[in-house]
Design a binder for this molecule. Structure first.
Ligand code: UT7
Length: 308
């Protein structure tokens, strides 16, 4: 049996940090409301950087940490809903920037906040045994926020995370993906569309999110026959969603990572950014078992189990 493994990760967070109080210049809100309803304290916004530049920064860092040359990459996939152009894709821009080979598939996928899990699953299917790939999650959501809508603009942030992956003999990788077409619950027109802003029925998406996260974790525990997972890495949308599922599934607090207080919801980038921090902090690494779960626009959901 062979399966996908994450060998190294990288992240690129734009420098500009925006506090909850900063947002009071746009909408009637408060630090107290945002913290208590979401857990978010700060988020970062790109100022000048393109989406692909964030993606390339994260991917370059993953390559460097993994000690792998751009020339050895066989696949590059970016999960994003905020690519700079309809074409070229973010992945193609990353290819050019990093000098990835030309005889490999290079493309983006759109599965919103589940995108990174979708992309890992596609990489697992496409990569041949022994070959390397880059899987990136990257968003510039600040570009599509309506700064007159307090129910959405306080939630999101920008950033990129990347994983250097390898399909290995003995690798254990299980996944499950799903979708349920729905424009009413969560919608965004795209970075260059006139009506591009994010609209969300928060309560409906909250209910969907807790269900999707719970189901995703249970499904992966069952598929992998592993309930003693080292770390759970879930899409970072709301601290209350994470706390709800943690309590329901009796997961110890230290095993369910949370960094949304610093970055807000970065959609497809949230899971790889979290993975990079976990690697850096030594909380995950070779041999560790992780379950990752994404859920969001589409509506889409995806979960995976991986032994690193
Ligand atoms: O990444 C994709 C997945 N996304 C998610 O998983 C997001 C899921 N949803 C959520 O996280 C939550 O539903 C929100 C954080 C979006 C909203 O929290 P909520 O507890 O569901 O609040 P609400 O929408 O029911 O709003 C409660 C009140 C409303 O006022 P009234 O009508 O009760 O007077 C809102 O107008 O809070 C008001 N409100 C705000 N007040 C201050 C909404 N946004 C704000 C704000 N500041 N920023």
């Amino acid at each position: 049996m062979s399966g996908l493994k994450i060998i190294a990760t990288g992240r690129k967070i734009p420098q500009k940090c925006v506090t909850n109080d900063d947002l009071k210049q746009y909408v009637e809100t408060s630090d107290e409301w945002i913290r208590s309803r979401t857990g978010i304290v700060t988020r970062h916004y790109a100022s000048g950087e393109k989406t692909w530049q964030l993606a390339a920064g994260a991917a370059k860092s993953a390559l460097e940490k993994g000690g792998v040359n751009a020339a050895d990459i066989s696949l590059c996939i970016t999960a994003t809903i905020t690519g700079d152009y309809a074409t070229p894709s973010v992945s193609c821009m990353v290819q050019r920037e990093l000098g990835l080979p030309e005889n490999i598939p290079v493309f983006d996928i759109n599965a919103a906040c589940s995108g990174f899990i979708y992309a890992l699953s596609v990489a697992d299917r496409m990569l041949e045994e022994g070959s390397w790939g880059l899987v990136i999650g990257c968003e510039r959501l600040s570009k599509i926020l309506d700064f007159t809508d307090r129910s959405t603009c306080v939630l999101f942030g920008d950033g990129a995370g990347a994983a250097l992956v390898k399909k290995e003999v003995g690798g254990e990788f299980y996944f499950s993906l799903g979708a349920s077409g729905n424009k009413e619950a969560l919608y965004a027109g795209g970075i260059n569309e006139e009506e591009s802003f994010v609209h969300m029925n928060g309560a409906e998406v909250f209910r969907f999110a807790t269900g999707a996260m719970e189901k995703g974790i249970l499904e992966m525990q069952e598929k992998s026959r592993n309930s003693d997972v080292d770390m759970y890495v879930c899409h970072q949308a709301n601290a209350r969603i994470i706390a709800h599922v943690r309590k329901k599934l009796k997961i110890p607090q230290e095993k369910l990572y949370m960094n949304l207080q610093r970055y807000g919801n970065t959609s497809g980038a949230s899971i790889p950014i979290a993975l990079d921090e976990l690697f850096e902090e030594g909380k995950i690494g070779k041999g560790k078992k992780i379950i990752a779960v994404g859920f969001g626009g589409g509506l889409t959901w995806g979960s995976c189990f991986m032994r690193l």
